[in-house]
Ligand binder design. Structure first.
Ligand code: ADP
Length: 324
């Protein structure tokens, strides 16, 4: 009986030892497999994502950095990676929509005057030639549309150069009061067609020097003053004011025209945005004037704002760097 119990105990020990041994062996094999096929792969993915995030090239992305806890960290990294990529994809989609809209707008804008010219030429070659009066009127309309086309092309050229950063800002010191008077002289004829008075008070006779690109600020002033005439009322007034701030000059262009409704104000500097499309076209506008103005001022690291009251008038105010 005691011999049987002895054997029975030995068997139990053998079974226990083999169980523990197989457990240890199983663990080692399992650990080895996990390490070889899963853990090392996760480490690779982790290193790849981490180093790509640091801006390394793909070929260097499997570099040195290894986390102490890649399994947990890889989850965080993947989440962060996905978040950043989503933002980038959304921005690219927005840009793509912007690009498509822009191309659509350009072709539409070019088509309108081009088809008008084509129409007048066809009419001339049909029977309008017989009537010299009519022929002259068609030729003059065709020529106005060609002017519109070339103004549009030069605005498109300006905006694409400004947006790509190709257009350099050539800074110089100049007197802004003298420039305002010069631009007023150039606009005099246009203002007279609507009997609009251009005012710049006597008190601004003393020179006020700014540091900016004179040719581009001339364009800013021309666009704003021209708009105040185009969208101003008959017998109205456009007045220019300047204010000396600490290290800047504030220039204000104010008209007493129809104004811009509040709901449109936030979009007024967008390319091709017009409150009243037919009025803008009738005035020969490209819809790019204010976008160009904003780009020019931003390239100078300056700002432009607009305030307007429907039926009362509009004020555009922009800053320039002061040069004492
Ligand atoms: P465009 O005059 O060629 O249409 P702009 O970019 O210069 O293009 O102006 C965009 C729009 O802003 C105009 O179509 C017009 O509706 C509005 N706008 C600009 N200036 C004024 C102003 N002084 N008064 C009223 N509306 C204005």
């Amino acid at each position: 009986m005691s011999v049987a119990v002895y054997f029975y105990q030995e068997d139990l020990i053998d079974v226990g030892v083999s169980f523990v041994l197989s457990l240890v062996l199983g663990y080692l094999v399992f650990h080895y497999l996990i390490e070889k096929y899963v853990y090392s792969k996760i480490k690779l993915i982790y290193k790849l994502i981490h180093n790509l995030k640091l801006g390394k090239d793909l070929k260097d992305a499997l570099g040195e950095y290894v986390s102490n806890d890649p399994i947990n960290d890889v989850e965080q990294e993947v989440k962060e990676w996905a978040r950043v990529k989503k933002i980038e994809i959304d921005a690219l989609k927005k840009q793509e929509k912007f690009r498509r809209d822009f191309l659509g707008n350009i072709s539409h804008e070019l088509k309108t005057p081009l088809f008008a010219v084509q129409g007048y030429i066809e009419a001339l070659s049909d029977d309008a030639m017989e009537d010299p009066e009519l022929a002259r009127s068609f030729l003059s309309k065709a020529s106005k549309n060609i002017e519109r086309l070339s103004a549009l092309i030069s605005d498109l050229d300006a905006i694409s150069k400004l947006e790509s950063g190709e257009m350099q800002i050539l800074y110089q010191r100049f007197d802004i009061t003298a420039l305002i008077r010069e631009v007023f002289e150039q606009m005099e004829l246009k203002a007279r067609t609507k009997n609009i008075t251009l005012t710049f008070k006597e008190k601004y006779q003393t020179s006020t020097f700014v540091y900016a690109d004179k040719a581009k600020i001339t364009q800013v002033l021309s666009n704003l003053i021209e708009n105040s005439i185009k969208y101003g009322k008959e017998d109205g007034t456009t007045s220019l004011k300047i204010f000396e701030l600490h290290d800047q000059i504030l220039v204000e262009v104010t008209d007493d025209g129809n104004g811009i409704e509040e709901k449109h104000l936030s979009r007024i500097f967008e390319r091709f945005f017009r409150v009243d499309k037919s009025r803008s076209r009738q005035e020969g506008g490209s819809g790019l004037g204010l976008a160009i103005v904003k780009h020019i001022l931003e390239a100078h690291e300056q700002t432009i704002t607009v305030r307007s009251t429907s039926g009362v008038g509009t004020t555009f105010a922009f800053t320039l760097a002061r040069n004492k």
